[in-house]
Design a protein around this ligand. Structure first.
Ligand code: CP
Length: 314
């Protein structure tokens, strides 16, 4: 691994290696072990879109690996004076960056940036448009594996705005590769993916039918910022049909796990009492996000080092 841009196309061995490495950072008591494998490296967070969880956990993760971390304030950068993205990247490279962690509103932005930087830089996608959010998917996989066990026996439902969700897309690819028994997407037709047949998921417009006997229920936020207003459902209308509640989950398996990547909109896609209740793993997901991002950063640097060693020997 050097760049980490998508879960799509990665092998089960690589995804499992990320989960195993992340597990090795968890101490079993809610804490996270430090490991100074990024000492002397510089991680730059380039967030062109808002973030609470991803940006902060990348920063915590990089610090726990002893990296130097810089959060570039894009709104105050010289892009406002007409500097191009490419020039900005090259200038940051000259400041001895080793890894760019990138979030951008445009699908494909992380791939574009990876194509523009010099080979010694690793790029990690922290969410691009509606395309991919691979570290979120991997922290969700870690949550599922730690709390429900092996993927092969599991039915996982993703509920809500699937069409505009980079999280759903990355989760679906990861769940398929890791061998989940069944993947369901549940939502109104306007918020379901058009390419669900290629994605290989079961589609449900009826929440109760879709939740029947599921092991894991993942609620998603309506991605207002990525939607034409004509598609936008009203909050109370959405909640009345698709809001995840304790009552509606009674058709699922008794120990169903409740997840949400955050930020949550209480009373829109999830009942507040459910989000805060004993079945909810929402804050555990955030905590595991540190370990997963530590794993991805460490493996990216190992990939860089392997590439440099290969270059030096040829
Ligand atoms: N889940 C997630 O990506 O949250 P943030 O937008 O706060 O980073």
């Amino acid at each position: 691994l050097k760049h980490f841009l998508s879960t799509e196309g990665l092998s089960r061995e690589i995804l499992t290696a990320i989960l195993d490495r992340a597990d090795s950072f968890l101490d079993g008591h809610g804490g996270i072990r430090n490991e100074p494998v990024l000492a002397g490296r510089t991680v730059m967070n380039l967030f062109f879109e808002a973030s609470t969880r991803t940006r902060t956990t990348f920063e915590v993760a990089a610090k726990r690996l002893s990296a130097d971390v810089l959060n570039i304030d894009i709104s105050k950068s010289s892009t406002s004076k007409g500097e191009t993205l490419r020039d900005m990247l090259w200038n940051l490279e000259a400041m001895t960056a080793d890894i760019f962690v990138v979030r951008h509103g445009l699908s494909g932005a992380a791939h574009f940036i990876a194509s523009q930087v010099t080979p010694r830089i690793a790029v990690i996608n922290a969410g691009d448009g509606r395309h991919a959010h691979p570290t979120q998917a991997m922290l969700d996989m870690l949550t599922i594996r730690r709390h429900a066990g092996d993927f092969t026996g599991l039915t996982v439902a993703i509920i809500g705005d699937i069409r505009h969700s980079r999280v759903a897309r990355s989760e679906i690819h990861a769940l398929q590769t890791l061998g989940a028994r069944e993947i369901r997407v549940i939502g109104p037709r306007t918020l379901l993916p058009r390419d669900f047949e290629e994605l290989g998921v079961q589609v449900f417009e009826d929440l109760s039918a879709g939740l029947k006997d599921v092991d894991v229920a993942i609620a998603l936020r309506i991605q207002n910022e990525r939607m034409e207003s004509a598609l936008l459902p009203g909050s109370s209308e959405f909640y009345s049909l698709y809001g995840l509640t304790r009552e509606r989950l009674k058709v699922a398996k008794p120990n169903v796990l409740v997840m949400h990547p955050g930020p949550i909109n209480r009373g829109v896609e999830i009942e507040s009492e459910l989000a805060d209740g004993p079945q909810s793993l929402i804050l555990k997901q955030v905590n595991y996000g540190i370990a997963v991002r530590m794993a991805v950063l460490a493996m990216s640097v190992a990939g860089q080092d392997a590439e440099r060693a290969q270059g030096a020997s040829t």
